[in-house]
Design a protein around this ligand. Sequence first.
Ligand code: ADP
Length: 266
Amino acid sequence: EFKSAPRPEVGKMLPLVKNVIAVSSGKGGVGKSTVSANLAIALAKLGYKVGLLDTDIFGPSMPKMFGVEEERPYSVHKDGRDLIEPVEKYGVKLLSIGFFVSPTTATLWRGGMACSALKQLIADADWGELDYFILDTPPGTSDIHLTLLQTLAITGAVIVSTPQQVALADARKGIDMYQNDKVNVPILGLIENMAYFTPAELPENKYYIFGKEGCKNLAKEMNVPLLAQIPIVQSICEGGDDGAPAATKVDSITGQAFLSLAQSIV
Ligand code: ADP
């Protein structure tokens, strides 16, 4: 399928968007959405114009992470077209299929339907001028990824993994998908999430629950940068559930960590 559909020209779709960054993982549950949300917020804190598209059609988590589950994007009439207006929170323009489907029912769509819904969220939305358009992609290498690669000129991809072997094996496939000859999307780097755990009462101790330096080794092997090693921190988990991700608190250690992660990709 890659052969029949070359990469889109830069600037053809969304000409006012400067950089399109895909956040991927091979495996689910490694913190890809958490990283996407915090990265988007941190980029906005740095003063950039940021959009975030939750492309996980079957398990959208961004509305909850941003605390905007009750909001519904409205329609605006611009340049003779009706466009979907993204929801804005923490300086980030956000769209997710989660705004349009019931949060408690399964979305039983075939791949084709999911892909056309996704295309609408890209092409028929009022994204306007953006410095960074972050795509939170579903786990794996799916129809959704193909649609994204064929619709948008992705500037670079960030791969999230834990240091655990099963996650690394899938991360390797994620990297391979972007490095495929027909796709050729630069890998901006690997992010090791859940790198270690430090209990509050023993701040000097680091427990490498999922293994040590797995991502460092994979980064070396695949010749890509290791952008960050994010520990398991309760506030990161709680921030996501409370609709106020850690990056909103710039004075906290985790807020600072996400700011430096954002700085590493600009
Ligand atoms: P994915 O998008 O890869 O499926 P999520 O971002 O939804 O993963 O994260 C999975 C779970 O782990 C969520 O409950 C999230 O709050 C939690 N989590 C992610 N990263 C961290 C971290 N560094 N510290 C603590 N909890 C985390």
